[in-house]
Design a protein around this ligand. Structure first.
Ligand SMILES: [Zn+2]
Length: 163
């Protein structure tokens, strides 16, 4: 562990109410671990009977829509921006569901359940290979197994009617 300001080595030091926290002796400051924040979306149509999944370029499995939150941006804004970038469609409504830390990418994923406006989808060909609408049962079959996306989908399915 190294200091993000001076590059010096960090040691663990007790901080009141926080437990052991990385500390830089050079700077005399605690350095809380850094991680990225991303949003993930379970996308439903206006009728709330279909779920839109995405397949990334070069990938076999379907996953949920997702993207990093920009510095200074709210998670709610990131949901609308990312979905618009990837499909060309607007977000009618979005509701926060749950979160999960994804270790391989050092990112805290915030999952939202959202309704997409009806319309023709124009996928971002730089990122996505294809998107497809599924019934909830089909979506569970097609989502990447044992993934964060699968856990978010299972959690959100029970909430769709309440959205
Ligand atoms: Zn330092």
């Amino acid at each position: 562990m190294f200091c993000i300001e001076c590059g010096g080595p960090l040691t663990l030091m007790y901080a009141k109410g926080e437990g052991l926290v990385p500390y830089c002796k050079n700077c005399g400051e605690y350095r809380f671990p850094q991680f990225a924040t991303a949003v993930s979306m379970v996308v439903v149509n206006r009728n709330k009977d279909k779920i839109l999944l995405a397949k990334h370029l070069g990938q076999e499995d379907y996953i949920l829509f997702a993207g990093y939150v920009k510095k200074g941006e709210t998670a709610e804004k990131a949901v609308c921006r990312e979905f618009k970038e990837e499909t060309g469609l607007n977000t009618v409504k979005a509701k926060y569901m749950s979160s999960r830390y994804h270790e391989p990418k050092n990112v805290l994923m915030l999952n939202f359940l959202m309704i997409a406006e009806d319309g023709e989808i124009k996928i971002d060909a730089n990122e996505l290979a294809e998107v497809a609408w599924f019934t909830p049962a089909e979506a569970l079959e097609h989502i990447k197994k044992d993934s964060t996306a699968e856990a978010f989908l299972k959690n959100a399915l029970g909430e769709i009617k309440k959205l």
